[in-house]
Each structure stands twice: as C-alpha cells, then as structure tokens.
Design a protein around this ligand. Structure first.
Ligand code: HAM
Length: 426
C-alpha cells in the first residue's frame, strides 16, 4: 500500500466525534429532556436529515445567511437538488403537511433531537454538524402558547441544572407593522451607509433586520440609536406582548425585552425569544425560537398557528461547564481482580452474575499481578474491588476492598450482592 493511503484520515472540519468518555453526558441530557417534553405532552418526531433544497429556500428564506451561504447542498445522481437540514422546523412542517398531522388534534406539540448541518466557519460553539433538541407547537396563535413554550424551555434547562442563562424576548410585529418600520429603519441606516460594515451594507438591500445581528462594533453603535420595532407595534401585537410579559411575571420567569433579537430565519412572524449564556463568548445563544404563523400555509398546508424553539446541545454542554454543574450520575464501578490466573474462569462467571444484577462491572483479563490490577481499578475509579484468591476460593468467599477507604472484608459468595449494596449505599 502506498504511503499516502496509510495517512490516517480525519473527520471533516467542524464535524466532531462524540467520544465514549462524553457519551454518558449526552445521554443524560437527552434522557432528562425527553422526560420534560413528555410531561408537557409533546410527542417525538423524526425526519430525514436530507431534504429537497426547495424546502429550506421556501421556509428559512433565500436571502438568509443559512440558505444563501451555509447549506450543505448538492445534486444527487438523479440530478435532484438536495440539502442536509440546517434546522428542523422546516422539516417538521413539511412532514405535518405531508401526513395531515393537524387532523389528529386541535393543539399538539412535537419534539425532536438530532444533528443539523450548517457550513459556517467553525469556532468555539459553532460547528458544521451540531445537535439540536427542539419542539414545535401547532394549533393556535394565542400568546398563552408562547408562554407555555417559554415555560417548557425554562423547565428543560432546569432539568439539567443550568441556571446562569438569560432569557431575551422581542416581538417582530405583523407584516404590515414590519413594512412600516423597515421604511423608517432604512432611511435611518442609509444616512450611515458608508460607515456600516460591507456585510451590513449588503443587508440594507437583502435582509435589513439582520443588521441588528452584526457583532461589529461600529455597526453596533449605529444600530443602538436606530428606531425600535417595538415602537411600531399595532394594538394586537402590543396586546400579545403584554399578555406574555404579564404571564411570565406571574410565573416568576425572569426575562429582558431586547429589541435586538430579530432571529436569522425568515419564517418568524411575531413573538420571538432567545436564551443566552454568559460563559460562551461570541456564540452565546443556547437556544431560540418564536412564532411562525404563516409558514404552514406558505408551504401548502392549512392556516395553522405555530411556534417553537430549538436548543443547541453542544453549547448547552459548554454552559454546564461554565455553570460548574456536573450532571453525571454514572453508576459506581465494581472491579473484579484475582490473585492468580487460575481463577480467571471463576472471576469472569462471578462478574457476569453481578453484572446481570444491574451493577456496572469491569474485570481483569489476563494480568497476573494483583498490584497492577488494583492500579487499573483505581484508574477506572472503581468504588469496590472484589478479589478472588486461593484461600478465598477454598472457603467460598471473596475479599471486598473499598477503594476509597482502603478497608477490606471477607464476604461469602452468596452475600456479595448484599454487601455491594451496603458498601455503595444503595
Ligand atoms: P437557531 O437560532 O438557528 O434556530 O438555532 C437554535 C440553536 O441551535 C442556537 O441557539 C444554537 O444554540 C444552536 N446552533 C445554531 N447553529 C449552530 C452551530 N453552527 N453550531 C452549534 N450550535 C448551533 C433554529 O434552528 C430554529 N429552527 C428554532 C425554532 C424552532 N424556531 C421555531 N421553532
């Protein structure tokens, strides 16, 4: 084989392996999130990662960064234009329409967990393959639904002990309200055109609201003094915001009204929100969402009120580190060691018996030195080591060593389970 063939291959840029040492944490977050989604009576939906590109163009919007610059898009062998999903809302709505899911119930919530793909420039907290947990609530446009979603978001974060985040809310108004606002905003920004960053200058033409997303200092200074969309809200939109704010206060949910939250996807139509975590730096949004009442109809379904949000799992895990929280509740380990290779057989059948009882177990394979086996047990952070030796075998007992205190005691074969439970406090 040539040298080049032997060069080890790497995963793609921005796409990372989740290694065995990290997987338990991922599973624990997923388990807790599922429990919370279920307690709000949301059902899980799974959709393909590959969709017709048209779906994302028609929902997220052709002019958005996600669609214009960040999609993994390609033609398949049948010359069809496809894209890896950059998010799930479009796919969920596609599926809802395809399977007439709205006929099952008047109001219903769906949740999901899975990988999304965006060809962004990778940096801390920004990857090309990343996981989202999210949900979509269909049926009505009542602001109570938005309050329910915020409560759900807060419950999800609480379930994993994430505390130091901030919730920001905003209202994007109706199409007409936005149109009026855009005229005023445009004439304000035009007067600063030359000082705006090249990206923001482009957005003046294509997607003016996104100028608020710019992180460039001078852009920030200019937008700081810009007219606010909130001042252009009509009676209905303002009324919705009032209800939401009053309900959040009643529920004791802290939030900040933040006119800068404009969201980067075109389908939003009213109330929007984001959760940010201060430990994350530039990419500080751990989740976001909002109302998108026109999307189902625009994609060929009935007029159906809808809103939802998604959480970025990698960023949530990074925030947990920032919060100093450890979720890991891994079962303590029982290690099986033997004084001589003669007892490997007995040791392995004992290990199988104890593993079958639900204990997390590991056993020596062929290492004859007890010292090295005990060192291995310590390295694996075993809580108890069960040791088999000649004397013990003759008397049908084992030695059980508490790896924290170093004390050991003899235990009869048929008392091992009981003693383990005592030693492990369960
Ligand atoms: P989004 O704000 O684009 O919304 O993404 C939601 C979350 O996904 C972000 O707050 C962030 O935590 C995470 N995220 C986004 N891009 C990346 C990336 N490149 N690397 C790591 N994490 C990332 C949506 O996707 C909407 N579908 C939310 C929604 C649901 N709206 C209504 N329903």
């Amino acid at each position: 084989m040539s040298e080049i063939r032997k060069t080890p291959l790497q995963s793609l840029k921005g796409m990372e392996d989740i290694l065995p040492s990290e997987v338990s944490l991922w599973q624990e977050v997923e388990r807790r999130f599922r429990e919370v989604f279920q307690s709000f009576n949301f059902e899980e939906i799974r959709t393909p990662v590959l969709e017709p590109i048209e779906l994302f163009k028609r929902s997220i919007g052709e002019e958005t960064d996600i669609v214009a610059k960040e999609m993994f898009a390609f033609k398949d062998r049948g010359d069809r234009d496809l894209a890896l999903r950059p998010e799930m809302t479009a796919s969920v709505v596609r599926s809802l329409i395809q399977h007439r899911l709205w006929e099952r119930a008047k109001n219903f919530g769906l949740f999901y967990w899975g990988p999304m793909y965006r060809a962004e420039r990778p940096q801390k907290g920004r990857k090309r393959e990343f996981y989202q947990a999210g949900c979509e609530l269909f049926g009505t446009s009542h602001p109570y639904q938005d309050v329910l979603l915020i409560t759900l978001l807060v419950s999800l974060l609480k379930s994993i002990g994430l505390e130091k985040y901030e919730l920001k809310i905003n209202h994007l108004g109706t199409l007409e309200e936005r149109k009026k606002y855009f005229e005023v905003l445009k004439s304000y920004l035009e007067s600063y055109r030359a000082s705006l960053s090249p990206d923001s200058q482009k957005r003046l033409e294509t997607n003016i609201l996104r100028i608020f997303d710019s992180k460039i200092e001078n852009d920030l200074r200019i937008t700081e003094g810009a007219p606010k969309l909130l001042d252009f809200l009509g009676e209905k939109s303002q009324g919705e915001l009032n209800v939401i704010e009053a309900e959040l206060k009643k529920l004791g949910i802290a939030y900040r009204l933040e006119p800068r939250i404009v969201r980067g996807l075109d389908y939003y139509s009213g109330f929007v929100f984001e959760a940010v975590h201060p430990s994350l730096g530039a990419q500080d949004a751990i989740g976001g969402g909002g109302r998108y009442d026109q999307l189902v109809e625009n994609l060929g379904g009935p007029a159906l009120g809808a809103s939802g949000f998604s959480l970025g799992i990698e960023r949530i895990l990074m925030s947990l580190e920032g919060d100093g929280q450890s979720l890991l509740n891994i079962k303590p380990l029982v290690y099986f060691a033997s004084l001589s290779p003669d007892y490997f057989g007995a040791l392995h059948s004992l290990r199988c018996r104890i593993a079958a009882l639900g204990f997390r177990t590991e056993a020596n394979s062929l290492e004859p030195s007890l010292k090295k086996q005990l060192a291995q047990a310590s390295k694996l952070s075993a809580q108890v080591t069960v040791i088999l030796g000649e004397d013990e075998m003759k008397k049908d007992i084992v030695l059980m060593k508490d790896m924290t205190t170093g004390t050991q005691k003899e235990t009869a074969f048929d008392k091992i389970e009981e003693t383990l439970r005592e030693m492990m406090g369960k």
